[in-house]
Design a binder for this molecule. Structure first.
Ligand code: ADP
Ligand code: ADP
Length: 222
């Protein structure tokens, strides 16, 4: 079943740059979809439109859910952790901002910590963590809200190859087990093919989807 569908979506920025033109695609529940393409082809613009952080110029995004904005979580390349707060408090932040008490949120935070492999690091501070561990905190902070859709923008782009490979392995396993719905942006084709049920290939000037490639070998589509 579709989570959302882009119908003839175009985006022109106010400076006149036409970032996207006539995009059509669907993301289904439980599906891992990657957007690949060269820098500047419009991948981040797609994510920002889906997250409603930007206004669409033309076309529309149709959601199956009536309140999609409450169901989204974003993971960026920069983990953006609060430096003075522990791993536990960083991950709890979205629940705290939503007004959930410490007691109510504890179990959820601990579940997220366990899921991403941070058990034992609850009391650590960001400065004590490696880049890969910070990314795990960022992922856990996104997961703690039980998002229906996870938007990931080059999340592992700043990590060394070994760490990136390990995180890709863990992300694939988790996405399969937990049936996450993910829209993943990368310029790394290898990563896209490894992780995804489907890869959307974009071209530039203006950004368009020029190929849609099902990856049957990775794991069965929902
Ligand atoms: P990608 O994520 O694939 O690198 P972006 O979505 O960031 O691509 O950018 C697509 C195009 O839109 C680029 O030409 C970029 O320079 C332009 N662009 C992005 N953000 C803005 C903005 N806020 N104002 C004007 N142009 C922008
Ligand atoms: P709650 O929302 O359950 O009241 P808080 O997050 O407000 O919990 O506080 C939890 C603990 O974290 C408290 O001991 C508080 O002093 C500490 N704390 C909260 N924010 C900060 C901060 N910015 N720097 C250092 N300690 C903090």
């Amino acid at each position: 079943a579709p989570v959302f569908h882009l119908h003839q979506v175009s985006k022109a920025y106010s400076n006149g740059v036409v970032a996207l033109q006539g995009l059509n695609f669907t993301v289904n529940r439980g599906e891992f979809v990657s957007l690949v393409g060269a820098s500047g082809c419009g991948k981040s613009t797609v994510l920002r439109l889906v997250a409603n952080l930007l206004n669409i110029t033309e076309g529309e995004i149709e959601w199956s859910d009536s309140e999609p904005q409450q169901k989204l979580a974003f993971v960026f390349q920069q983990p953006a952790l609060l430096p003075w707060a522990t791993v536990f408090e960083n991950i709890r932040l979205p629940l705290k901002l939503a007004g959930m008490s410490r007691n109510k949120s504890r179990t959820k935070v601990q579940e997220a910590i366990h899921l991403v492999g941070l058990t034992g690091f609850e009391s650590a501070y960001p400065r004590q963590l490696s880049g890969g561990m910070k990314m795990r905190v960022s992922l856990a902070r996104a997961l703690v809200t039980d998002p229906q859709l996870l938007l990931m923008d080059e999340p592992f782009g700043a990590l060394d190859e070994l760490t990136r490979t390990k995180l890709n392995h863990d992300l694939l396993r988790l996405a399969q087990q937990q049936h996450w719905t993910v829209l993943f942006v990368t310029h790394n084709l290898y990563e896209a093919v490894y992780l995804s049920h489907r890869v959307l290939v974009m071209s530039s000037h203006p950004g368009q989807i020029v190929a849609e490639v099902p990856i049957d070998v990775a794991y069965p589509r929902p």
